[in-house]
Write a protein that binds this ligand. Structure first.
Ligand code: BGC
Length: 410
């Protein structure tokens, strides 16, 4: 009998030590809206299924609030297991400082070079031939989300492009609607301006400004047209007094606002609200003017850790984030496109199909995060927060300040 009890205790302790092998990994990100939470739960589920444990480190308030917290934890010696950044230059100083983990072995073993498209996403993760991040999605900013109900209430047809939308604003206002919903955090106002630049100025002008940092173009007549459109946008948004982007999306979902210029992550909110593209809402890529999308999105970086178990779990997480199954499950909920060209996207909704089609045609531009430093982007954010908040700032004065920022950008 005693022997049996001992055996049972031993079995229990083996089972316990097996369970104890599950490694906790804290993952920080700024995905806190309904659609974002549903998407990130797919990552957590997939990681937990490997026998490890996702410790959720969501930081509310958007990327501009989250990133300084993430960076100070890494530089201050309290690193998380993995963290979100946007594709591009946001983590470049952390990589240069040697604080981030080299993932080249995983990348080679799993042939990331062959599966990730566009290839530029992996190139941006690569420094001196070594891979430092996992791109997990392609987000694009260039969308106008319209409430079919708002236009029906106002007795005007749902616009097919930006000009028709501006023309419909008085009818929307007469019906008690906010024509354009804009959250007041600065990244949302600068984001809307950059979307107007691609739609109205076109691909080449946008690249001259942000990739070549051509201050003459930034001060010139093409960009003046974009500032004129931004002036229309701020007038249409005068009564939009929400802060968070998803609160603004909610104004569109309920029909209190006509539309919102926002990245395709807004799709996650329409999905959670059980709205159907084409029936309840309309999405116009490139504002219905210029069907071009940017290759924005998110990548995960893995700070160097001293615990070998956690370091092993980091590799498992990096690999699971790119697995075909997780790519589909996550991106369908997130409203973004998978970074793998070899996965089944049949379940994509109408708006995502439009995005996939534009991507397949190669009608893409790099994001501002890919071309500009965080420092210059912050200056541009500040400018547009002021422009939208202060009607007495003229488009001409704002353009002059914009051109000065571009002149000093690195
Ligand atoms: C991220 C998206 C996120 C959005 C709003 C962007 O910077 O790339 O993944 O949904 O911010 O939170």
């Amino acid at each position: 009998m005693k022997v049996h009890i001992f055996a049972a205790a031993l079995a229990a302790s083996v089972a316990f030590s097996g369970a104890a092998r599950a490694t906790d990994l804290e993952v920080t990100h700024w995905w806190t809206s309904g659609g974002e939470a549903a998407a990130v739960a797919e990552f957590a589920k997939a990681f937990d299924a490997t026998g490890n444990h996702w410790v959720d480190g969501a930081i509310a308030g958007g990327g501009d609030t989250a990133r300084p917290i993430m960076i100070s934890r890494i530089t201050g010696g309290d690193p998380m297991g993995a963290t979100q950044f946007n594709h591009g230059r946001q983590a470049e100083e952390l990589v240069q400082a040697g604080l981030m983990r080299d993932l080249t072995d995983v990348a080679e073993k799993e042939h990331w070079k062959d599966v990730i498209r566009p290839a530029s996403l992996l190139t941006e993760c690569t420094v001196d031939g070594k891979v430092y991040c996992v791109p997990i999605n392609i987000h694009s900013w260039q969308w106008l989300w319209l409430s079919n109900k708002a236009f029906e209430d106002a007795g005007v047809p749902v616009p097919k492009n930006w000009d028709e939308f501006v023309a419909a604003a008085p009818a929307l206002e007469k019906a008690g609607k906010i024509p354009l919903a804009v959250g007041r955090q600065s990244w949302q106002t600068s984001g809307a301006f950059n979307v107007l630049m691609v739609a109205i100025g076109g691909k080449d002008i946008y690249k001259k400004v942000y990739a070549d940092k051509d201050a003459k173009v930034a001060a010139g007549p093409e960009i003046a047209k974009v500032f004129k459109a931004a002036d229309d946008a701020r007038k249409m948004a005068a009564k939009s007094n929400v802060q968070d982007w998803n609160q603004a999306t909610n104004l569109v979902i309920t029909g209190a606002a006509g539309g919102q210029i926002m990245g395709d992550w807004a799709q996650g909110e329409f999905q959670v609200a059980k709205q159907v593209a084409g029936k309840d809402y309309t999405c116009l890529p490139g504002l219905g003017v210029n069907a071009i999308i940017s290759t924005d999105g998110d990548s995960f970086y893995f700070p160097k850790l001293s615990d070998p178990e956690k370091s092993k779990a980091q590799e498992v997480l990096a690999s699971i984030m790119l697995s075909p199954k997780t790519q589909v499950a996550f991106n369908l909920k997130k409203g973004s496109l998978p970074v793998r060209g070899d996965v089944d996207t049949n379940a994509a909704n109408d708006c995502m199909k439009k995005g996939l089609d534009i991507l397949a045609k190669g009608n893409t531009v790099p994001s501002t995060n890919q071309m500009m430093t965080e420092d210059s982007n912050t200056q541009i954010n500040d400018l547009f927060a002021e422009f939208f908040a202060n009607p007495s700032m003229t488009p001409e004065a704002a353009q002059k300040r914009f051109a000065d920022i571009i002149a000093s950008a690195q």
